[in-house]
Design a protein. Structure first.
Length: 226
């Protein structure tokens, strides 16, 4: 049997389950020896087995500031109509944690080509899943009210042969009237804006500073004209 640590850190999908059986933890720095704190304290707690405690704290503060100062007030999004949210490239669940006071449900998606941070997302009491964005996402059409993608496309541009297919998948799983927030490099956002317009989406906000930018777009209720 393979060592569970190497499997835990490097292999996410397409691995026989027998190879990833975990041993019973015996030391406090191992995952699984501590009972998580009560909600919502567990959102802020860093267990002893977590190595990147400083990165987690920085990520949490980063998204808390962005959500409070920009997403909740500066995008024109009616959060009273937002219930199902997806973070398409969750790292430590900081975006979802920043929305913990809102009446929303957040699915944290850890791309299979990214570091395996899903165990800590679970440790925080959040929901999450692995996914390869070069493939379709297993959900019904029009399931989500808001999709959030932070530098997802820059990471996938060399992995997926047709990145436009990811945008089409976003259009499929987002309800009419739903929102998308994409943060990425300007070279990624410029053609993406044209793709979204071709799908008859409304571009509500664009902003760029140096080589980084953001797009906030809304899917419309569109019908082809006769």
């Amino acid at each position: 049997m393979k060592n569970h640590k190497s499997c835990f850190n490097t292999m996410l999908t397409y691995v026989p389950i027998r190879n990833c059986l975990h041993f019973i933890p015996v030391a406090i720095e191992q995952h699984g020896t501590e009972w998580p704190a009560e909600w919502p304290k567990r959102l802020e707690n860093c267990p002893d087995w977590l190595r990147d405690k400083d990165k987690v704290k920085d990520d949490t503060e980063h998204w808390k500031a962005i959500v409070e100062k920009s997403y909740l007030t500066g995008m024109g999004i009616d959060w009273e109509k937002v219930r199902n949210v997806m973070d398409m490239k969750a790292i430590y669940g900081g975006f979802a944690a920043a929305l913990s006071q809102q009446k929303v449900w957040v699915m944290n998606v850890v791309p299979v080509h990214a570091p395996n941070t899903l165990p800590y997302i679970y440790e925080r009491g959040l929901l999450g899943i692995y996914h390869d964005w070069c493939e379709s996402f297993g959900t019904y059409p029009r399931s989500y009210d808001l999709l959030h993608a932070d530098h997802l496309f820059a990471r996938l541009k060399n992995s997926c042969k047709h990145p436009v297919a990811i945008v089409i998948e976003m259009d499929r799983i987002l309800r009419p009237g739903g929102w998308v927030i994409v943060r990425d490099k300007v070279e990624i956002l410029n053609p993406m804006e044209e793709i979204l317009r071709s799908l008859n989406w409304e571009i509500r906000l664009t902003f760029a500073q140096e080589k980084e930018g953001i797009i906030c777009a809304q899917k419309t209720i569109w019908r082809p004209s006769n």
